[in-house]
Design a binder for this molecule. Sequence first.
Ligand code: AMP
Ligand code: ZN
Length: 162
Amino acid sequence: MNQTTDQTHQGCIFCRKEIIGKSFCSTPLFSAFYNIAPILPGHSLLIPNKHCESLFELTDEELGEMMVFARKITSVLKTFFNCDSFDWTIQDGVSAGQTVPHLHLHIIPRKPLDLPESNEWYNKIQRSEDGILDSENRARLSEKEYNEITDRLKVACASINK
Ligand code: AMP
Ligand code: ZN
């Protein structure tokens, strides 16, 4: 992905400067930021800085870099949220429940008994067309809460790019 030209997409919320500015860790190609409406504590999103909708639009090298970066972020989340498991999920396409048409990997820290059924996340994905997953009713963090967690994660991730 060439980062020398503006590769944002008009109207895309994940291309907005405010979103990129809220990233708690980034590389020249990818950014990680906290979900505004986390399904569970630690629910983060990892996106390419360049606008693209699908994993199929990444080269093999970009895909490799994305997953290496995802694993680094996840290691930090593991310690920060004291969890032992993760859901790493991409809803690639509208039929799969993608609501924001800018490729993003959900990273969801998991703990024993954090959901009534440990695979409930997957059930929610299947039912996403009902608006359960990305419903406006899902609790959103206040700006203050969001900025606080972002600042703390920035500190926790400080060593990643060194
Ligand atoms: P998906 O349904 O896979 O497209 O997921 C989109 C995700 O983006 C949802 O989990 C939303 O909660 C999240 N989201 C939407 N707007 C924002 C925002 N401004 N900042 C952070 N996360 C967001
Ligand atoms: Zn975009």
